[in-house]
Design a protein around this ligand. Structure first.
Ligand code: IMP
Ligand code: MG
Length: 170
């Protein structure tokens, strides 16, 4: 669906935009594990202002290809975000339920600002009205893997974003 060369070009643009928007600040990039690990690695190398990195690991209950919105915190941040400028780094926003959970959770910790950069957005699938600040690509309603995204923990290593043809045959 999206070749590696297009991802590389878009991540560079996002890095430039974020660097200019946060100039003079030292934001904390909060990478949501596991799906955003490759995106974070490439994005951070395209951000040319001082910043810090932290990780939040969550897991959704329910079927592997459907979000239930019930989210479990597997690993919390290692530092306080109070008074800090926080930029959440996500692989994909689908229904928006996960982002709403993370957003509400982080807002209780009183960051100075809270935004999200997501590589992918399935706009037509949105169920909740949560703001998205930076979006890499808006994609159609297909289940995608690669560049960090998985199907049952497989395919995260693919250097491109691909759509599964038939989830029963992989
Ligand atoms: P949401 O809560 O529906 O927005 O779903 C967000 C999470 O569901 C993402 O962080 C992914 O872990 C997972 N997800 C949603 N769509 C896909 C997909 O097409 N491929 C892989 N994971 C997905
Ligand atoms: Mg995820």
């Amino acid at each position: 669906m999206i070749p590696g060369s297009r991802i590389e070009a878009r991540v560079k643009e996002l890095g430039e935009e974020i660097s200019s928007d946060y100039r003079g600040q030292v934001p904390i990039l909060v990478s949501i594990l596991k799906g955003s690990f490759l995106f974070l690695a490439d994005l951070a190398r395209n951000i040319n202002i001082l910043h810090e990195i932290d990780f939040l690991s969550i897991s959704s209950y329910g079927l592997s290809t459907q979000s239930s919105g019930v989210v479990r915190l597997l690993k919390d941040l290692s530092t306080s975000i109070e008074g800090r400028d926080v930029l959440v780094v996500e692989d994909i926003v689908d229904t928006g339920l996960t982002w709403r959970y993370i957003r509400n959770n982080l807002l209780t910790r009183n960051p100075s600002s809270l935004r999200i950069v997501t590589l992918l957005e399935k706009r037509e699938r949105r169920q909740v009205d949560v703001p998205l600040d930076y979006v890499g690509f808006v994609i159609p309603d297909r289940f995608v893997v690669g560049y960090g995204l998985d199907y049952e923990e497989r395919y995260r290593n693919l250097p491109y974003i691909g759509a599964l043809e038939d989830k029963d045959e992989v």
